[in-house]
Design a protein around this ligand. Structure first.
Ligand code: IPD
Ligand code: CA
Ligand code: CA
Length: 262
């Protein structure tokens, strides 16, 4: 597909992410209707649903042949080459607790390859974009991963699944291995922002075990286009349709993989 078409799709995705993000930011200060999903820790607000409907309906209107995959409504029934992969609010728990650490994430896949994406953080007006072969950007300024190769001078980030209480061992053991080495690991609660921050060099690496396509569709490409690396825990090249991810500045990828797999 021609670059100009991908650029036009990215422009549309940015517009939608901004509209949804700004709407959600204004609504965050109001009364949120909160329900639980898979268990009592996994929440959804009426704004997650409103935003997903808004984005899905706008895509269906502008690009009727495109298909859609979103966290709240699942996959559309039509078949097609171009798929929009949407997390209407990534960091819902933060959002519901009035914390300013959440975003709207949209990735666009063409014939099985993620071609571009946006991660928009309305609380900071930070719009991260990426285009395959064209780099990654924060508010239109190119970003690169960090050049840090000393783990003692590094900062990593991770996340935990909502069902951690059902099988806590792997996640907690992995996290413990980092802590026992004295390494600094944050847990922000928004995987899409975690990835955007690796791309921007704010973090040197990110890992998490149980993610979905909508969490990473934009952010994983963003890391690679900023000069970093993404794999699964077992070292195979990253696909958004499998759950584990290690995303790093590249220099520390092997070291992070060893701690994760230890
Ligand atoms: C969650 C966040 C969190 C990660 C969870 C995700 P949600 O997404 O990205 O950082 O640890 O695994 O499910 O539910 O806020 O869209
Ligand atoms: Ca998410
Ligand atoms: Ca979400």
């Amino acid at each position: 597909m021609k670059n100009v078409v991908i650029k036009e799709l990215l422009t549309s995705a940015v517009e939608l992410a901004r509209t949804a993000g700004e709407y959600a930011l204004a609504a965050q200060r109001g009364t949120l209707k909160i329900e639980s999903k898979t268990n009592e820790f996994d929440l959804v607000t009426h704004i997650d649903k409103y935003n997903e409907d808004l984005i899905r309906d706008a895509i269906a209107k502008k690009y009727p042949s495109h298909i859609f995959l979103g966290e709240e409504s699942g996959a559309s029934k039509n078949v097609g080459e171009i798929k929009w992969i949407v997390d209407p609010i990534d960091g819902t728990l933060n959002y519901a607790h009035q914390l300013p650490i959440w975003c709207v994430s949209i990735g666009i896949e063409v014939a099985g390859v993620i071609e571009c994406g946006v991660v928009f953080d309305p609380s900071r007006d930070e719009c991260f974009t990426t285009i395959r072969g064209g780099g990654s950007f924060l508010n239109e300024k190119e970003i690169r991963v960090s050049l840090q190769n000393d783990p003692k001078r590094s900062m990593y980030v991770t996340g935990f699944p909502y069902n951690i209480a059902e099988d806590p061992h792997n996640d907690i053991d992995r996290f413990g291995r980092f802590l026992r080495k004295g390494l600094i690991v944050r847990r922000l609660g928004s995987a899409a922002l975690d990835l955007a921050y690796v791309a921007a060099g704010r973090f040197d690496g990110f890992y998490e075990g149980g993610l979905s396509a909508w969490d990473t569709a934009a952010g994983a490409l963003m890391v690679r286009e900023a000069g970093g690396m993404t794999t699964h825990f077992n070292g195979t090249p990253y696909s958004v349709y499998e759950q584990s991810i290690i995303a790093s500045n590249g220099l520390q990828h092997q070291m992070l993989s060893e701690i994760i797999l230890d």
